[in-house]
Design a protein around this ligand. Structure first.
Ligand code: ZN
Length: 193
């Protein structure tokens, strides 16, 4: 029905989370109506995604070797907040309630397979960096809870304060979608874990 290139783009959009075939069709049609300049900018932004990689230290996303948080000298280097995915950092940063550094685990424990997580790198950081407090900010889901427990065991040999975001965030909720107020309250009321 549509030209091949049009159909291909619709397929690409529909492969994204939350976008059905109808929505994909609408997006492609709206792109089609844009000026060539706008289309070029859009295409270039997509191409530039290739340059994004994990930060060598914390596994946040970055264009350089280290991310902008790791290289920021005003951050408190004694506090480390552990999150599941890079996107979880965004609401925490927006809340402005945390001034320490982060560590991105790269997911949760699935069927006790922790080999794909960056836990080993995390332990190395604790040994080599002046970290005195760990804040576990995994999601309040079954997997997030399991991962938090796994971290607690791994961190037990180190004599550091461990806390987890507790109040304000409902069970089953994703940190990624939490609003500023909720995050701020969850950070302020964090409990020893
Ligand atoms: Zn980093």
């Amino acid at each position: 029905m549509y030209p091949k290139s049009f159909q291909k783009l619709i397929e690409q959009f529909s492969s994204l989370p939350g976008i059905g075939p109808k929505m994909a069709e609408r997006l492609v049609l709206s792109l089609f109506k844009k000026d060539q300049d706008k289309l070029d900018t859009f295409a270039q932004a997509l191409t530039n995604l290739h340059d994004i990689k994990p930060c060598a230290k914390c596994f946040n996303i970055t264009q350089d070797n280290l991310c902008t948080i790791c290289t920021n000298t005003t951050r408190n280097r004694s506090k480390l907040c552990i999150v599941e995915e890079p996107l979880d950092i965004i609401p925490l940063e927006r809340s402005r309630a945390f001034d320490g550094l982060y560590h991105v685990l790269g997911g949760t424990i699935k069927k006790r397979d922790s080999s794909k997580l960056t836990t080993d790198k995390l332990l190395q950081r604790i040994e080599t960096e002046p970290i005195t407090e760990i804040i576990i900010a995994t999601n309040f889901t079954t997997e997030g809870d399991m991962t938090a427990m796994h971290l607690k065991q791994k961190l037990a040999p180190f004599k550091i304060k461990i806390s987890r975001l507790v109040r304000g965030l409902a069970t089953g909720s994703d940190i990624e979608y939490a609003d500023d107020m909720t995050i701020r309250s969850a950070l302020t009321n964090r409990e020893t874990f």
